[in-house]
Write a protein that binds this ligand. Structure first.
Ligand code: NAI
Ligand code: MG
Length: 327
């Protein structure tokens, strides 16, 4: 069965790293048909909208999407696309690889972030002049979905430690509900977990990241803590992510369009190639995914490396090295 993958490079280095990852996907066994679509700043300049209806439809109809990054229009592109795929879970694996000068070489974490609500509910208003409010939405349904996903992810990926980030001591109603639901889910599965106040966890992640495995987070906490952890392993050029829905999913590097290096052909394609590996896993090609990951790890360990990792290689040289290891 051929799988349809929507390819949305977006802007800036998205237009360099996404084609590199597509070249890698084309060398593995998984039967994939690519459908290209446009979104982002350039699209807005040309068509008046950052996310054309045609792109929404292409993403909705595909089995999965590989997205690069959008520039100033990022919020107008990626937030709607995450909802087009019905994504309730954002997964961000943060692993240290040999050869990358990671500050914390033992790091092997995966953030499982609630992707639909919390303080990103979008419910903001001006109460009176000089007073604005934001509604923090937490539902039992979304809490259950992220808890189920997080514990399942830990089992599938061999993580023994599950930590649940919260601030229920202050946000008693909302994070109180979140923790109650997590407890129910864990009890039903017979799963063990720890809870951690999200501010203290930020410190602990820096002090001893190796003590953590899967970290299940409300939306904002997951956004912040996963970026913090990125700093432990050599930066944004290495971090993939998955936006998972029940029937569709979108995969993207955590980084943006990197305007200062865009067009130079030196962006690190590793984050996007690793995102493509997550995509392969999602559509059922675990062994291809594993081969791609190992090829990237091999190239990171032995070179060639792009300038963000202290090397002098181009995006194309890294892509070719990964493809060589696969063929
Ligand atoms: P950024 O991730 O684009 O860049 C941050 C730093 O990391 C820069 O020094 C950049 O050169 C470097 N970097 C990032 N990816 C790299 C790679 N693959 N290889 C080598 N170096 C890399 O974040 P920034 O500068 O905050 O945002 C730039 C633009 O990207 C903004 O317009 C922002 O809106 C957009 N953005 C879009 C996102 C998305 O579409 N999901 C996510 C984050 C930012
Ligand atoms: Mg962020």
């Amino acid at each position: 069965m051929t799988h349809e993958v929507a390819v949305v490079p977006g802007d800036g280095i998205g237009r360099e790293v996404v084609p590199a990852a597509v070249d890698v996907l084309a060398t593995v066994d998984a039967p994939i048909e690519f459908v290209h679509a446009e979104a982002g700043d350039e699209t807005k300049a040309e068509q008046g909208v950052a996310l054309p209806e045609e792109t929404r439809e292409t993403v909705a109809d595909a089995d999965a999407t590989l997205f690069g990054a959008a520039g100033e229009t990022a919020a107008d592109v990626i937030l709607p696309l995450r909802s087009v795929v019905g994504s309730y879970a954002n997964v961000r694996p943060v692993c240290a690889y040999p050869g990358t000068d990671a500050r914390a070489p033992e790091t092997d974490l995966a953030f499982v972030r609630e992707n639909t609500e919390g303080v990103y509910s979008g419910i903001e208003s001006e109460l009176t002049d000089g007073v604005r409010t934001l509604t923090r939405v937490v539902t039992a349904a979304a809490s259950k979905a992220i808890a189920d996903f997080g514990f399942e992810y830990a089992d599938t990926n061999g993580y023994e430690q599950v930590t649940v980030a919260h601030k229920a001591n202050v946000m008693r109603e909302t994070d109180g509900l979140f923790l109650d639901i997590v407890e129910d889910v864990a009890e039903q599965r017979g799963a063990a977990y720890d809870t951690a106040l999200m501010d203290a966890l930020a410190m602990e992640l820096v002090m001893q990241p190796e003590a953590y495995g899967v970290v299940i987070c409300p939306n904002l906490a997951g956004d912040v803590l996963s970026d913090l952890a990125a700093g432990l392993v050599g930066g944004l050029g290495l971090l993939p992510s998955a936006n998972i829905g029940d029937e569709n999913a979108l995969f993207e590097p955590v980084h943006g369009t990197a305007p200062t290096i865009a067009g130079d052909g030196v962006a690190n394609p590793a984050a996007t190639i690793l995102s493509a590996a997550l995509l392969l896993e999602h559509i059922g090609y675990e062994s291809d995914a594993q081969r791609v990951r190992e090829a990237v790890e091999g190239v990171l360990a032995e070179g060639p490396r792009t300038p963000d990792l202290g090397g002098t290689a181009s995006t194309a040289m890294v892509r070719d090295a990964v493809v060589d290891r696969l063929s």
